[in-house]
Design a protein around this ligand. Structure first.
Ligand code: ADP
Length: 263
């Protein structure tokens, strides 16, 4: 990365038809990156041309989740993103040596994001998904500036404490005028062998975020899905093989969200 780009960001050009979705959450560990990786794979499996920009600069995890182990190539000053499960992927993880922490201040982050948007050969995408870091920090602000047309998907768990911070992450949209597409509740329950459900993280978080954001924004912010706890989702994320491409309860819920985003 050079930190400089003269190129225009293709996704904000008039007439660009790429749908841009920024996936956000209030705090870490709620499954935001897993959901981003799975939605991207699901959209690509539907035949859409999909890219993922891992904007979770400090906590990048998308390459592992999608099973990308090839570095990004540079050709004629353009960065060629590796492809996994039909998804073009770019992450800061491809530019720093293994194990090196990324310690950057806001302006560096902003320039890296700008370069990931303008200097990566994304081609003609139907959808670009951005895995934002949790919260309302520098990256969320930069993305709002660089991609005012990005629509926001908020991920939360059912836990009320998580929902309250997720609502704050979503309500950044009232200031940036970005549209919130909906809320995904993750880790909603664990299905027991007898078919009953254990609500490990309580219940109601997703519904609460959806209602409160809707009230703040003045339009309906739907609860798009409740994704259950699923050991296959965790294993798939660790192995670079998204669960959404297989059968199962989490896969079904994620497919449901992908259908909304594909429209
Ligand atoms: P975040 O991006 O919000 O920090 P991650 O996507 O990294 O969260 O998920 C945190 C951990 O929880 C990961 O180990 C992931 O595999 C696991 N995980 C996420 N969602 C589920 C789920 N529905 N069922 C089981 N494990 C999950």
């Amino acid at each position: 990365l050079t930190g400089h780009t003269e190129r225009e960001i293709p996704f904000t050009k008039p007439g660009c038809l790429t749908k841009v979705y920024a996936i956000t959450s209030g705090k870490g560990g709620v499954g935001k990156s897993s959901i981003t990786a799975n939605l991207a794979a699901a959209l690509a499996a539907q035949g859409l041309k999909v890219g993922v920009l891992d904007a979770d600069i400090y906590g990048f995890s998308i390459p592992r989740m999608l099973g990308v182990d090839t570095p990004a190539q540079k050709v004629d000053e353009m960065i060629i993103p590796p492809v996994a499960h039909g998804v073009k992927v770019i992450s800061i993880g491809m530019f720093v040596p293994d194990g090196t922490p990324v310690i950057w201040r806001g302006p560096m982050l902003h320039r890296a994001l700008q370069q990931f948007l303008a200097d990566v050969f994304w081609g003609d995408l139907d959808a670009l998904l951005l895995d934002l870091p949790p919260g309302t920090g520098d990256v969320a602000i930069s993305i709002a500036q660089l991609l005012p047309n990005a629509e926001i998907v908020v991920v939360t768990t059912p836990q009320i404490a998580a929902a309250e911070v997720a609502e704050r992450a979503g309500s950044i949209a009232t200031q940036t005028k970005q549209r919130v597409v909906g809320v995904v509740e993750n880790m909603s329950f664990l299905e027991n062998p007898d078919g009953s459900r254990t609500e490990i993280f309580g219940s109601g978080g997703g519904q609460q975020v959806s209602e409160r954001l809707g009230a703040q924004l003045g339009y309906q912010v739907p609860l798009l899905a409740q994704v259950p706890l699923d050991v296959n989702l965790r294993e798939g994320s660790d192995q670079g093989s998204p669960v959404v491409l297989r059968e199962g309860p989490a896969a079904k819920a994620l497919q449901q969200v992908a259908e909304v985003l594909a429209k």
